[in-house]
Design a protein around this ligand. Structure first.
Ligand code: ZN
Length: 161
């Protein structure tokens, strides 16, 4: 597949998810709630998580939904993230945050079962859009690290490199 075709494929997936998101809304119940903002583009996201106790200990993500306003990349990234997170433990989800950020730096790729996330790598050629792709993951990290019942805090990824 030529580079141009690959770029078209990335764009197709991003536009499709942007127009028809599959995970837009709010979870019920809402166990975690986190707002995120990407000032460099104006993207905002509200992420909700429904967590369940994992029989092995810790918590598992039973459901993830998002609402927000922003560019196609930020919204498509949130939708792909929500899909990939379902059923993961919170530890696995935090590892995925690291992996996503490494992928955007060109240092890693997701394995076959999560390969849809690699679509966002196409965005990494455009440095100004990396923050758009990272916003939902950045917000997820804050949501997972916040203690349960803590007042929701508004996170911004402005300080991120
Ligand atoms: Zn954006």
């Amino acid at each position: 597949m030529s580079l141009d075709n690959l770029r078209d494929l990335y764009q197709q997936v991003i536009l499709e998810r942007y127009k028809k998101p599959r995970y837009k809304g709010k979870t019920s119940p809402i166990d975690r709630y986190q707002k995120g903002h990407n000032p460099s583009c104006g993207d905002t996201i509200e992420l909700t998580l429904h967590l369940e106790d994992d029989p092995q200990g810790g918590s598992r993500i039973a459901d993830v939904k998002f609402e927000g306003e922003g560019c196609a990349i930020s919204m498509a990234s949130a939708d792909l993230m929500a899909e990939a997170l379902r059923g993961k433990t919170t530890d696995e989800a935090l590892e995925m945050v690291q992996k996503f950020q490494a992928m955007m730096r060109g240092e890693a790729e997701f394995p076959t079962d999560l390969r849809k996330l690699n679509v966002m790598q196409g965005v990494a050629q455009f440095p100004v859009r990396i923050k758009c792709a990272n916003l939902s993951w950045h917000t997820l990290k804050a949501a997972l690290e916040a203690a349960q019942g803590e007042q929701p805090e508004f996170v911004s990824n402005e300080a991120e490199g």
